[in-house]
Design a protein around this ligand. Structure first.
Ligand SMILES: [Zn+2]
Length: 323
């Protein structure tokens, strides 16, 4: 290489020319209705092709305990907003509809009765988020009742052919949860006592979810076990054919970092791994979380094709987009 400087400038770490970072991505899980125009513009700016808005955002339910009518309002509101978002932005806005278990819902059977009708809407591409939870906002939901409401949604997923996004409890690994809970507006004071041992709640909940998947006769390929952490990786990737998704916007809540994701891709391949953001306006968040994680994975040496599989091809296949 020809040098024209007068003073020594040293050698660059590598002669490899940087490639442009043009990896497209699809976010299968975010609470888009709680974000801002600026956040959604960040998706446009950073390669976002499509996002899925989780319709049941109880965090903003106007009354507690949550009633079926509150949830129905949130579903309708999500569908109405989605139409506004995608004609002002440059990614496609889809919706997931379901009964979330993060607060007890009174009269949830009314919701389950109309859920199949909502699944007919062109914009609805998944059921969820739902799944066994250990702690709840304000109103506890016992495990037996959760089994019923989660299992019934798995049945509806099987009947409608839609994939299901399975929420799993937070991970308090390393004490990060306590350290960062101040950055979640709804945190702590309104939480109920845990139903499961906090040390093993995530694994215990996933085991129940997987039983319910089997009972419903739902194919594993239609199931996304979400909010992954290293502790459930072997359970999901070695004993099932489900997808496993890491929610990248709040590592302190989920108990993993990009190096953990890189390790999982290296060990198991990219075919059943996904990333989503779980971005939520009630929590400190970064609208560029997906793009920054893509960059981190590149820096960690993960092959770009594998990254593209994880953030774009797998979500596209699961959601049935672009077929
Ligand atoms: Zn969740």
């Amino acid at each position: 290489m020809r040098r024209i400087t007068n003073r020594p400038i040293g050698d660059a770490p590598s002669d490899d020319a940087p490639e442009p970072l043009d990896v497209p991505w699809i976010d299968v899980h975010q609470h888009t209705q709680s974000l801002t125009w600026n956040d959604r513009e960040a998706f446009d700016l950073s390669g976002g092709q499509a996002t899925v808005m989780i319709a049941a955002g109880y965090y903003w339910a106007p009354y507690r305990p949550v009633s079926a009518d509150d949830v129905r309002f949130l579903w309708d509101d999500a569908l109405r907003r989605a139409a506004c978002f995608d004609h002002r932005h440059f990614y496609d806005q889809y919706v997931a509809v379901g009964v979330h278990t993060w607060a007890g819902v009174e009269g949830s059977e009314e919701l389950l009765a109309v859920l199949p009708d909502y699944c007919e809407d062109d914009r609805v591409v998944a059921i969820g988020e739902t799944g066994i939870e250990s702690t709840h906002h304000t109103s506890r939901w016992g495990l037996d009742d959760q089994r019923t409401v989660v299992g019934e949604q798995f049945h509806i997923a099987r009947e409608t052919g839609l994939p299901v996004l399975v929420h799993t409890p937070g991970s308090s690994k390393g004490g990060l949860l306590a350290q960062y809970s101040h950055s979640y507006e709804e945190a702590n004071e309104s939480f109920t006592e845990p139903l499961l041992d906090p040390e093993t709640a995530k694994t215990d909940a996933v085991e129940i979810d997987l039983e319910l998947v089997d009972e419903a006769g739902l194919r594993d390929e239609r199931v996304v076990i979400d909010h992954a952490s290293p502790e459930i990786v072997p359970l999901v990737l070695e004993t099932t054919d489900c997808y496993l998704s890491f929610s990248v916007s709040a590592p302190w809540l989920r108990g993993f970092d990009p190096a953990d994701v890189a390790e999982v891709i290296e060990e198991y391949g990219a075919d059943r791994i996904m990333l989503d953001t779980d971005l939520i306006g009630a929590m400190q968040h970064d609208a560029f979380a997906m793009k920054r994680t893509i960059m981190d994975l590149c820096r960690l040496g993960v092959d770009r094709e594998e990254i593209r599989t994880v953030v774009y091809e797998n979500p596209r296949r699961v959601l049935g987009l672009g077929d």
